[in-house]
Ligand binder design. Structure first.
Ligand code: ZN
Length: 183
């Protein structure tokens, strides 16, 4: 396909918009901070660039109920983590894994993935594909998510079953009282 001048102009406009979105998330990161009851806390570093990030996850079953991150580093790493937290909150593990694969393909240069609307705002990072040295920056938050998700799901399951065990004697007790009071 040839590049018509109008095409180039709209590409430049899109690139400028994406640049603006990245800076906005870098300056005003979403979901930055810590959780009171995290099911997993995952520190992750990118020594190539000096980026640092700690991701915290709170689950409900295999759905991310809440997510926060802290960290410092280049605008790509921090903006990408911010955009990722917005995208994955409220989604279940299977969908998150699919999105992670798509995002990875996109920053590796897959044009089809860059057009995938399910990636939402994270598509602003599609231009990273032209800078291979920055791919690890863009993937830092996603790598933390990959490493922490199974652990978070297991911790949430344990939390749920501990709660069930606590409830069980209560129910048994209530039943006994009901029987005594009963007709
Ligand atoms: Zn970086």
């Amino acid at each position: 396909m040839s590049n018509a001048p109008s095409n180039t102009a709209s590409e430049a406009a899109l690139s400028a918009l994406y640049q603006e979105m990245i800076l906005d998330h870098y300056r005003r990161p979403r979901n930055k901070g810590t959780l009171d009851h995290a099911d997993a806390t995952v520190p992750m570093r990118n020594p190539l660039c000096g980026d640092e990030l700690t991701l915290e996850l709170e689950m409900e079953g295999d759905v991310i109920r809440d997510v926060r991150f802290t960290g410092r580093g280049c605008s790509i790493s921090q903006a990408s983590a911010s955009m990722m937290t917005e995208l994955v909150k409220g989604k279940h593990a299977g969908e998150i894994e699919r999105l992670r694969e798509r995002f990875r393909s996109m920053v590796m240069g897959d044009a089809e993935a860059a057009g995938d609307e399910s990636l939402g705002k994270t598509r602003a990072l599609s231009g990273v594909a032209r800078f291979p040295a920055r791919v690890k920056c863009a993937l830092l938050g996603w790598s933390a998510l990959e490493h922490g998700l199974d652990e978070a799901i297991a911790a949430a399951r344990e939390r749920e079953s501990a709660r069930e065990r606590e409830r069980a004697p209560e129910r048994a007790g209530a039943q006994t009282i009901a029987e005594h009071d009963g007709e």
